[in-house]
Design a protein around this ligand. Structure first.
Ligand code: HEM
Length: 457
């Protein structure tokens, strides 16, 4: 074994001096540190808590995959989210997580995704009716619209086609408000005692209780109804090795966690995709041709995804430029070593996804949009763990195939129904919170595509 090298560090003073800028724009600060210190460096979060940041593919692979058992999810996911979301895939470790993951994975099998395609498409048709009425009035910020479309889709995939629109709104509003509160609790921990005495914490807990009650009523009702094709059924039918099923409470918290994980990621991807496409008529045209030749008037179903090769490349390239999870954080349980890099127990390790996706060592002209990077077979030529929008290793995204189906399904409808453009005079830039969002939204105008008139002889 080589002698360990120390990881280059940003001083505590510099980290503290940069902490405000880091809160405003972590991508800019982390990329600046990367340019001067290299692929792996240490800095102090808020000038206080030491963290190791890395885009080194060997270390990323080690942390997320090879020795993943030594790296647990961070406090924000386990403690803060666990407080509101209970126990589930996002908030557990070890054997409990492994068992749940095995059971829930069945809900994302190819057969199940085929069955879900119909529910997803019906939900999309309903959402597009609302979207259409908004875009008639002029340019819209696409971000909240993509949120509405993806949230309804995931909610109906979970609870079935009969989930009422007003219940979807209540649960969606609750999740958004609670998520914002969790971010506040995490970024301004000194305010937590105030949140308790001022009643802020209780207000959010009560919202959650109301949303729980709504979803629980669907779970209880389903116990007396015939089986369905949705994810709720998968959760209800799942059996542990002793033959027991999940309790209603566990089904509820797993459903909530799938809703949280499954809507904001896809809605962000779609917002960035539409933005990128608005300045690339050539790419747009090629996608439209592919949708037309593969599907004609048909809608996208799971079996079509492998045939939509070019459109998939476009989605992959957009996820490279704007990965919704711009970083993945972990805590090292025991002392560890990767090559000659030593990672002491208790270290926070930040896998800097955005940095890896924009590294000039791995991507030519990394800031340019170029879907050809993902041409079929290119993954074999790439160094592993230089591209990982869905994470990697056993805790990688369980909803990857669902997400690709969802995004392509929505794109097909939007691209074949509308022409769209970004009116000038906007500043469009990412804001890295938990998810990489458009900081000021993205206003776009949509015009219905009129079918070419057919000549009736
Ligand atoms: C473009 C869309 C999506 C992206 C980019 C994405 C990305 C990710 C990433 C990077 C992780 C790993 C996080 C970590 O290691 O800490 C993850 C985990 C997860 N994702 Fe996704 N995701 C997407 C869509 C979805 C959808 C649609 C669902 C469900 C319907 C979903 C459910 C989950 C769950 C439950 C986990 C936790 C898995 C576990 O810990 O075992 N995701 N996702």
């Amino acid at each position: 074994m080589n002698t360990p090298t120390s990881i280059p560090a940003v001083s505590r003073f510099r980290s503290f001096a940069d902490s405000r800028a880091m809160f405003q724009n972590p991508l800019q600060i982390l990329s600046k540190y990367h340019d001067t210190l290299g692929d792996t460096f240490r800095f102090y979060l808020g000038g206080l808590k030491e963290a190791i940041v890395t885009i080194d593919p060997a270390i990323v692979q080690h942390v997320l995959k090879t020795n993943h058992e030594n790296y647990e999810k961070s406090d924000i996911q386990v403690k803060r989210m666990g407080h509101f979301l209970g126990k589930g895939l996002l908030t557990t470790h070890g054997e409990a997580w492994k068992t749940q993951r095995r059971l829930i994975q069945k809900g994302f099998s190819p057969k199940q995704l085929d069955a879900l395609s119909t529910i997803m498409q019906d939900s999309l048709t309903d959402s597009l009716r609302i979207f259409d009425s908004h875009i008639q009035k002029g340019p819209v910020d696409i971000y909240p619209h993509m949120m509405e479309i993806t949230f309804s889709m995931v909610a109906r995939s979970l609870f079935g086609a009969r989930l009422k629109a007003e219940d979807i709104s209540l649960v969606s509003d609750t999740i958004c408000t609670v998520q914002e509160f969790i971010v506040k609790q995490t970024l301004q921990p000194y305010l937590n005692p105030w949140f308790e005495v001022s009643g802020e914490l209780r207000k959010h807990e009560e919202m959650r209780v109301r949303a729980d009650a709504v979803l629980m009523s669907y779970i209880k009702k389903r116990r007396d109804e015939p089986p369905s094709d949705d994810l709720l059924q998968t959760l209800m039918d799942a059996r542990y090795t002793d033959g027991e099923g999940m309790s209603d409470e566990l089904i509820l918290s797993e459903s909530m966690q799938l809703l949280v994980a499954g809507h904001e990621t896809s809605s962000n991807s779609l917002s960035w995709l539409l933005y990128l496409l608005s300045s690339r008529p050539d790419v747009l045209e090629q996608m439209r041709q592919e949708f037309d030749s593969v599907l004609g008037d048909r809608q996208v179903s799971h079996g079509d995804v492998p045939k939509l090769e070019y459109s998939t490349q476009v989605v992959q390239e957009s996820l490279r430029l704007y990965p919704p999870f711009w970083m993945i954080d972990r805590i090292a349980v025991a002392d560890d070593r990767v090559g000659d890099t030593v990672i002491p127990a208790g270290s926070t390790v930040i896998v800097y996804v955005y940095g890896a996706h924009h590294a000039s060592a791995h991507w030519q002209k990394p800031e340019e949009f170029d879907a050809e990077r993902f041409v079929k077979g290119s993954d074999k030529l790439r160094t592993p763990f230089t591209y990982f929008p869905f994470g990697g290793g056993p805790r990688g995204c369980i909803g990857l195939h669902y997400a690709m189906l969802q995004i392509l399904m929505i794109l097909k409808e939007l691209l074949t129904k509308y022409d769209f453009e970004v009116p000038p005079g906007q500043t469009i830039e990412p804001r890295a919170m938990v998810i990489l969002r458009p900081k000021h939204g993205i206003r776009m105008s949509f015009n219905g595509i009129t079918e070419p008139a057919t000549c009736v002889a």
